[in-house]
Design a protein around this ligand. Structure first.
Ligand SMILES: N[C@@H](CCC[C@H](N)C(=O)O)C(=O)O
Length: 277
């Protein structure tokens, strides 16, 4: 399935079991575009004790992440269309906590999904980011060789470093992305986002994802970008912002109650059986 071209191999754990110690290598295998299926990673759709469904997400390097915005919309569609849930609004458990999804249905098919992603986490040590202060990281200066970049750090359950640029086409995604991802100031590494402000309600966005590299879209990254845009005075809290990603658009609102609402598409590509060697 994919959300705006951010593709994962979804495994139905209601119907099968997998060895815990082989999950990382399985994610690497299925995501391999030459010898596997090809994707940004693997997502397990699992039964849960606290919600109708649980999501576990693995990047294509085998690392497990605590959250995935595009994955949540696809998991909601998968759970609803496979009859694991009958209500249109329901909770999804993630490794980072519970979120609430609402599926928008036409002719029994889910075309878009809204997810209440909860509160962003802004305290430096909770991102996690090294340093003494508990305060928010807004526009902190990073220098890479001759380039100076101002970073705003936001966690949506997973960590993001957001930087504002003048022209999105010139954003140094391939060069600064991998350097920032593994910078020692981020002990769990970080997802890296470049954002051009078009207006108070429109942003352009490119991402270098932790554990997967350049992807077409990142849902948690788009949420982090809007939170960072509000913190830097580019957008307004409570106003919907359209984020243009390589794979399409997301509508994101950092609501007055502090929660971030994300709305966008979720699509099935194909279904089948993967045989491990
Ligand atoms: N593509 C995702 C995020 C996937 C996990 C991320 N790479 C991480 O390691 O935190 C999204 O849509 O949010």
């Amino acid at each position: 399935m994919h959300g705006l071209g951010n593709s994962y191999i979804y495994v139905d754990m209601f119907k099968q079991t997998l060895d815990e110690d082989k999950l990382a290598s399985l994610a690497i295998e299925v995501a391999d575009k030459n010898k596997g299926i090809g994707s940004d990673g693997m997502i397990l759709v699992c039964p849960s004790d606290v919600a109708p469904v649980k999501m576990r997400v693995f990047n294509n390097d085998g690392s497990e992440a605590k959250n995935c915005g595009n994955g949540l919309r696809c998991v909601a569609k998968f759970a609803f269309e496979n009859g694991y849930i009958e209500k249109e609004t329901f909770k999804i458990e993630t490794v980072g906590g519970l979120v609430e999804a609402t599926v928008h249905v036409q002719n029994d098919r889910v075309h878009t999904v809204s997810v209440d992603m909860g509160h962003p986490i802004l305290a430096r040590q909770a991102i996690p980011m090294l340093g003494e202060e508990q305060e928010q990281v807004v526009g902190e200066l990073f220098t890479f060789e001759d380039q100076e970049l101002k970073v705003t750090a936001v966690s949506m359950g997973n960590p993001h470093a957001v930087m504002f640029v003048e022209h999105i086409e010139e954003a140094p995604v391939e060069t600064i992305g991998p350097k920032m991802e593994k910078d020692e100031r981020f002990p769990e590494w970080v997802n890296v986002e470049f954002v051009e402000v078009v207006s108070e309600t429109e942003l352009h966005f490119r991402v270098w994802e932790r554990g997967s590299g350049i992807t077409q879209a990142c849902g948690t990254g788009a949420c982090a970008a809007v939170v960072a845009a509000v913190l830097n005075g580019h957008c307004q809290k409570g106003e919907e912002v359209i984020v243009h990603l390589l794979g399409g658009d997301l509508a994101i609102t950092w609501q007055e109650d502090g929660n971030v609402l994300m709305k966008g598409a979720a699509e099935v590509i194909c279904e089948g059986t993967f045989e491990r060697k």
